[in-house]
Design a protein around this ligand. Structure first.
Ligand SMILES: [Fe+2]
Length: 170
């Protein structure tokens, strides 16, 4: 469901900017970035959940790796939200909205460390696909700043996905 359907993207929230980016471009890119922001927040929550609840012989490595990753996600959330603001729109900051627009599935309970790692891998890959699409949209509107932001995030998440893939490899 898009933010428009949620009736949260009102015209009055948009401001007139003279930065050379079209209004249509700013609105379209912002809508995509809203979903990227929601994905980041929900993946940070899931990563925290597994950091807290992991059990067994892989506890230490899983506990440490998830801590590195939720720290990174927390910093990125601010950068993405502030990019949405710089494009002239309000940044969503509510779990009700995030859970409606994000494709990241909730954390599972009672699963092993390896199942947690496989779940995190799937989430990172989902985010990578969403960010690749957002990068392409931003590129079509010549928004180099959003392209840069998505390139940096893609680089991080592709590395994170590789780590989880290696973690579960036999
Ligand atoms: Fe901790």
């Amino acid at each position: 469901m898009s933010l428009q359907e949620l009736n949260l993207k009102e015209e009055k929230r948009n401001v007139q900017l003279a930065t050379g980016l079209s209004e249509d471009g700013r609105a379209t890119i912002s809508e995509h970035l809203n979903e990227i922001l929601a994905d980041h927040y929900l993946l940070m929550l899931k990563t925290h959940n597994y950091h807290w609840n992991v059990k067994g012989s892989l506890f230490k490595s899983m506990h440490d790796l998830t801590e590195d990753q939720y720290d990174n996600l927390f910093k990125a959330i601010d950068d993405i939200a502030e990019r949405i603001r710089a494009l002239g729109f309000d940044a969503p900051g509510s779990f009700a909205v995030y859970s409606k627009i994000s494709k990241i599935k909730e954390a599972r309970t009672g699963i092993s460390a390896l199942e947690m790692a496989a779940d995190l891998l799937e989430s990172h890959e989902t985010m990578i696909r969403n960010m690749r699409e957002t990068l392409s949209v931003a590129s079509n509107y010549d928004d180099e700043v959003s392209v840069d932001l998505m390139t940096a995030r893609l680089s991080y998440h592709e590395k994170a996905a590789w780590m989880w893939r290696s973690f579960i490899e036999k």
